[in-house]
Design a protein around this ligand. Sequence first.
Ligand code: ASP
Length: 418
Amino acid sequence: MKLPSLNIQILLSAIFGVAIGLYFHALSGGNPATEPYVVQSGLYVSGLVGTLFIDLLKMILIPLVFCSISVGIANLRQHQQIHRVWITTLAFFLFTMAIAITLGMMASLYFKPGSGLQIHMFSNAMQTFATTQLSPTDFISQFLHGLFVNPFKALSEGNVLAVVIFALFLGIALVMGGERYKNILSMLQEAQEITMRIVGWIMVIAPLGIMALLIKLVATQDAAMIGTLAKFMAVVIGTTLLHGVVILPLLLYLIVGKSPLWFWRGAREALATAFATSSSNATLPVTMRCATQNLNVKPEIAGFVVPLGATVNMDGTALYEAAAALFIANLVGIELDFTQQLIVFFIAMIAAIGAPGIPSAGMVTMVLVLQSVGLPAEAIAILLPIDRLLDTLRTTVNVQGDMVGSLVVQKLTLKELT
Ligand code: ASP
């Protein structure tokens, strides 16, 4: 019997995952203490399979990032080209994050989620939540400090951003050394091919992994909390979708001339993986594969833009951080003036850039946004129960932004490359 294509398998498994998750949720009434045996064992197996899938992706992540960036940069050859790619990439990342934040803030100001609720309704949750102080200046210096790390330490600890930076230096050194380092370059090139081959094997179990992750996610949601925060969730989901379904495809169409359907066909493996894992980092191997193999981005561009984007370019996270700050302001009954809104805008961007591409990272860096305008950081506790659910969509849009970014950068710098 011939199996359907990987894309179809992944989409079907995502649908089955959500359906089985809902069924388990209904069986246990959302209460883990009264779960029937079938749900318990189902959740155990899906937890195991889902974690194994993420482990496999993480296993290949660091070697892949290291080789792709150094080889990618080395293949850009001239300094001028690196310069142009670098500037265009950062400009695009900042531009799309700014649009996302604007959308999130405008919708929050218009719909005012949280204004009917009061913060004392959540005092129990907030009491059990300890926050650490994080000032914007400390955060920025911590972030910058984390960029330059002993590469062996960064590689062994899976510190993606520091690996990206070291690989960048290595790539530039390879360019400047030219013929002299040709052996190291071809070794890295071969290593990169090997890592992509292994990604191909991991993708064989992607449908199972995605289904398992979604079963666990849907079955263990807290329905009562979702009801209370429904309006806020609707604003976040609506604007995130608007960004992912309208804004990014529009930019892609205007700049690159490619249709949304064409993009969706090439990108869906990565989008589904991002949705199920809620981690841009874990999805990175799949994102690279989609960008280079399906969307025809040259490896030297994808090798640079995609891994960098996975940790700094987070449209969904930026939007969420800004919308959540305004939501909490409504809860505590504080009207933010224009200057405070501007502060939220910029700090949300810094917080999104600084958030690592792992599940719920945006929640941690949100402390920064809240504190910057004097909102209570403990209020994050209110959002924690719904975070895993919202993280699915914002990670998907984060990853989409990286792929769109690689296509845009390729288009805008192509003349230099040929
Ligand atoms: N989970 C997101 C990501 O990996 C980060 C976040 O929590 O917003 O892209």
